[in-house]
Ligand binder design. Sequence first.
Ligand code: AMP
Length: 224
Amino acid sequence: MSDPLTIALSKGRIFEETMPFLAAAGIVPLERPEHSRKLVIKTNHPDIRFIIVRASDVPTYVQHGAADLGVAGLDVLVEHGGEGLYQPLDLQIAQCRMMVAAHRDFDYAGAVRQGTRLRVATKYVKIAREHFAAKQMHVDLIKLYGSMELAPIVGLADVIVDLVSTGSTLKANHLVPVEAIMEVSSRLIVNQVAFKLKRAEIMPVMDIFRQAVSNGLNMKGQNG
Ligand code: AMP
């Protein structure tokens, strides 16, 4: 028998919102990642398994062929660069926006008008760099790995670049969105080589996702 198809997913929102797509075709995990420390999760389908990795590592596993397919946010894909990946489908899950946000007392429009050199804290260095370069603004990028909302409060940065869903995290930290950068949702990604060599196995799985998207089987509206 050939190796099972491996699908790379991250724990939490992406795992939970991806399951209904596969469940519609009768494919269910034998364990839940939140109840198990296992990183390889079998399904009731002998030819399909999941691996659980950090969200930002999903494209890397798929790029190098350690997983055949994966589900990753557009934010993560843009930061990764997309090399070696085929991105056939927008799953329309985990929808949010990449935004510039500032403290509510900070005059962002004034700073832009005056050409002020801004300090920008973010996990999304590539997206932020490209955004401000396109606006011909000079910025100092400060790479963070989390809790970006803290940076303007303690004076580490003037603005942040982060994902915004409901806006409640910004609000709780006295921040306001000042500029939208892009709409973000999660995409199905496929290793380009696997797509050629394992086409017969991969196509039916892609079709399951495609069918589920067209049936509106995502969890849109049910999750924040
Ligand atoms: P919210 O308070 O609903 O606006 O959510 C904002 C927080 O959740 C921020 O810390 C974001 O980085 C994170 N977040 C929101 N949407 C997503 C998403 N689709 N994927 C990953 N992180 C997200």
